[in-house]
Ligand binder design. Sequence first.
Ligand code: NOJ
Length: 501
Amino acid sequence: MDQTPWWHEAVVYEIYVRSFADVSGDGVGDLAGVRSRLPYLTELGVDAIWLTPFYRSPMADGGYDVADYRDVDPLFGDLAEFDALVSAAHAAGIRIMVDIVPNHSSSAHPWFQEALAGTGRERYMFRDRPNNWLSVFGGPAWTKLPDGEWYLHLFAPEQPDFNWHNREVHEEFLDILRFWLDRGVDGFRIDVAMGLYKADGLPDTDPGFGAASPIWSRPEVHEVYREWRKVLDSYPGDRAAVGEVWTDSAEDLARYVRPDELHQSFNFAWLEAPWSATAFRKVIDDTLAAVSAPTWVLSNHDVVRHVTRYGEGSLNPAAGPARARAALLAMLALPGSAYLYQGEELGLPEVTEIPPEARQDPIFFRSNGEIPGRDGCRVPLPWSGTAPPFDFGPGGSWLPQPADWTDLTAEHQATDPASALSFYRRALATRMALRGTLPDTIGWLPGQPDTLYFTRGDLICAVNCGEHPATLPPHHQVLISSGPLDGDTLPPDTAAWLLTR
Ligand code: NOJ
């Protein structure tokens, strides 16, 4: 029997619950919506889903401001609906990861409410004067209370940072993990996993995610994940945790996935790289040298969708979609797990035309509208029909969808073999067929300038990031390509999987 744990080479699909599918009709996606669309996910061919926070929350940051870590917000359903989703997903062979938000709670959390009233302030980061730290969302990272004390919030003021030097915070999160593990989840995505501890004395800093920062990747954080790993290991089945770790070094990333810590951490280096074979090759080399169970990510609910990113600066309007398909083949050919973000399989672009009154991201408001923020990648999915809300739900959508998304609906694409959705389905099915047959190592083949040619056992993945057609390496069979091939020629912005046997 294959002993490889599932998370080692999984395709995990991120569901931004608010924007996936709405059954209740309030214009906001919900857990029942996820359950209703499980057949779509089965057909797509994903191994697992990661649900963004659905806990009780005032929604100051789309649910990443948690007021009760052990309950479902009525906007999204209730615990019975969550249990029904877990059962239905498991029956469909799909695992479930939930999001744990340990760096901060909501200011509506009972602990912070107590702190405001003057008790239990040692659970958060209260000081009698602030330092120079800035919030990730813009503006100062400190808010002053009427009694003169300040509290730290690396994100919005409604997201006060916990004090992880307090043992009570540890115990609380160990209990929260057990609560969801007992309900049958297969794992966790850890929000701001490199936060949690701040340097003693809270010295002033320059911004950035560098490993020497007094804010990020402090050494003490690893002790937390050692504790968490013991809890995960005490449950049957392969329960896994993946950390959201923004860092500028693969070595730092690797520290989070030591054998007694997290199973995986997101590897954002690819997502941050430009469309360039040299840049991709460096990311791949650095990653594989540093971690043994890597992950690959092209998009998520915090960044500009990669169809749009890859099109930027290109004179060819088709470059973005073509490159996005090619990048998928590259990512799926590499050892490790691939994390997809809902809507990328539909080729959705970033939505830029959101009127200011419809915007919801705190980044937009805290930058006085100067930074558009993340609403553009969070627009609710178009499922079917010819006009908004495209069957997202019966009652509109919390962010407006572009009226011209008719051709991008899942229904429209499902029957078109040339669509992004059909391509994703084929790519995932091809990867599935190869699973277990490929080694965990890759080798580089020589190619023309700005090509990325690598082998994994009998498989060759060839990507042309350049402006000119390239010659494919010798092969016996083309398994799949991201666009039309011209004989043995690989056009620009195209990738192919070849078999050498
Ligand atoms: C990362 C999450 O992905 C993002 O959406 C959120 O705003 C911050 N962490 C703060 O929780």
